[in-house]
Design a protein. Structure first.
Length: 271
């Protein structure tokens, strides 16, 4: 069963779509979505996964952050602080309304936001990471390059354009990229974000990566991330599954094997 409602937040409501299990709830799973156009390209995949997770007993909360989807606000007015506060709202709702443990589920850049939130609030909870981005500055640079790609610029001009966009943002002005108006206050938060977890973390963590190539190991960036977790004595399970890069494909696509692997992770948490 699905339930849609608005949570009362600063500057208007935040739209939530909650998928309930048919029977008793094992716990709550809060989805922290990716950034900008990746959010739109992955809605179908997120909906597919939410239904699958609910079928295994989890209550799944999908939140539209401020300035996105059906929530209040314009994207161009969004700040990083808005989004951190939005997670506060949804997390409080889950703790008050969903029996069992509360957990995080993030996709791509959502991991940066969730990491910043969890470390700032001292939250240690189970966390399922899909294709996590490890550095906000790099993630933003990739997004800014979309403006150069749209203009079909050569490498030198593309680099110059990206530098000019950064200077404009640093001066406190907004810029438009791929139809999205970027607020400097949002950019500052994203640029500073790093995927970090507190040393001594005790809750289960799983990192899952999708690849269209024939490989069984994580990408170099995620390998480094998981190695750092090991050095910090944080337990982390990992997995690589076959499928399309559904967050960036031209047509909307899904990766069913990622859902199956995630169900296995969730079953382990519930055991």
């Amino acid at each position: 069963m699905r339930e849609a409602f608005f949570l009362a937040g600063a500057e208007g409501g935040r739209f939530c779509l909650v998928t309930h299990p048919a029977g008793p709830s094992i716990g709550g799973l809060l989805y922290v979505p990716p950034f900008a156009e990746e959010l739109n390209k992955t809605r179908r995949m997120a909906a597919l996964a939410a239904s699958a997770f609910a079928a295994r007993g989890w209550t799944v909360c999908q939140l539209d952050l401020f300035g996105t989807g059906d929530s209040a606000g314009d994207f161009g007015d969004t700040t990083w602080a808005h989004w951190l506060a939005d997670i506060d709202l949804a997390w409080a709702w889950m703790q008050e309304n969903v029996p069992g443990p509360a957990a995080l589920w993030s996709l791509r850049g959502g991991a940066l936001l969730a990491s910043d939130w969890a470390s700032g609030r001292g939250v240690d909870c189970p966390w399922l990471m899909w294709q996590p981005v490890t550095a906000g500055r790099q993630h933003l640079a990739q997004f800014l390059r979309l403006k150069s790609a749209a203009a079909m610029l050569n490498a030198a001009d593309a680099q110059r354009t990206t530098q000019e966009l950064r200077k404009t943002l640093a001066a406190g002005a907004t810029v438009e990229v791929a139809g999205y108006t970027l607020n400097p206050a949002l950019v500052q938060g994203m640029e500073a974000a790093q995927l970090r977890l507190s040393a001594g973390r005790r809750s289960p963590l799983s990192v899952l990566e999708v690849t269209s190539q024939e490989r069984s190991s994580l990408s170099p960036a995620l390998t480094r991330f998981c190695s750092q977790l090991e050095a910090d004595e944080v337990t982390c399970t990992t997995g690589v599954v076959a499928g399309p890069a559904f967050w960036q494909t031209v047509e909307v696509e899904v990766a069913p094997e990622l859902v199956v692997a995630s169900q296995t992770v969730l079953e382990g948490w519930a055991a």
